[in-house]
Design a protein around this ligand. Structure first.
Ligand code: E4P
Length: 220
């Protein structure tokens, strides 16, 4: 499963790239609002750090305006993927982007049927929001599992991008449920690295090494 970072924070993206685990990035207006500045400049910078897909979200409601926004983003770098929210106009925009050879990520997916429609319209990436479903006491992983089964049975090319990830368990469950990609907040990526027994083990090895060196120095 590929790992995308769900952030517009350049420093976080640089760190994940240095770790060798970064396959792409997703941004959205909320993530952009946290860092501010020029959205275009941020996207251009992110596209220099990773050659993987970088999602840039359109905010217009009508089709022509979505197309204008998306075409503008697509010119920033070849790895830009235009993020379009699920809606009737969104489906039309996705279909038109597909005709123009512009890749899209259909966002705000909460049911398998929405995902199926987005895939049929020509979206490259389908983003079910698992955390927001869990927030309202529904199992977000069911949508991932259903879409994985539907795409496999019908040999559909769209990739499932598990989004709205809240914790490391969501990542494991997404991988096991058949998501092709999980987009992960930086904090969750850090949580995935650590385990109390790993940290305790590192400290113990260091302490034992120092003790042994001191003992060896004392006897020589
Ligand atoms: C990613 O593409 C989504 O925009 C993001 O994962 C949403 O996450 P949230 O539900 O934590 O805002």
């Amino acid at each position: 499963m590929k790992i995308f970072l769900d952030t517009a924070d350049i420093e976080e993206i640089r760190i994940a790239a240095r770790w060798g685990v970064l396959d792409g990035v997703t941004t959205n207006p909320t993530l952009y609002a946290k860092v501010g500045g020029s959205y275009d400049s941020i996207l251009a910078e992110v596209c220099k750090i990773t050659s993987g897909p970088v999602s840039a979200e359109v905010i217009s409601d009508d089709v022509e305006a979505m197309l204008d926004e998306g075409r503008h983003f697509a010119k920033i770098a070849p790895n830009i993927v235009v993020k379009v929210a699920m809606s009737e106009n969104g489906l039309e925009a996705i279909s038109r982007f597909a005709d123009e050879g512009i890749r899209t990520n259909c966002t705000l997916i909460f049911t398998a049927n929405q995902g199926l429609l987005a895939a049929k319209a020509g979206a490259t990436l389908i983003s079910p929001f698992v955390g927001r479903l869990d927030d309202i006491n529904q199992d977000g992983m069911i949508v991932i599992r259903e879409l994985a089964e539907i795409f496999a049975i019908h040999e559909m090319d769209a990739q499932i991008l598990s989004a709205s990830i809240r914790n490391p368990l969501h990542v494991t469950q997404s991988a096991m449920a058949g998501a092709h990609i999980a987009t992960i907040p930086f904090k969750v990526l850090q949580q995935m690295v650590h385990h109390p027994l790993t940290d305790k083990g590192i400290a113990q090895f260091k302490a034992d090494w120092t003790k042994a060196r001191e003992a060896s120095a004392a006897t020589s």
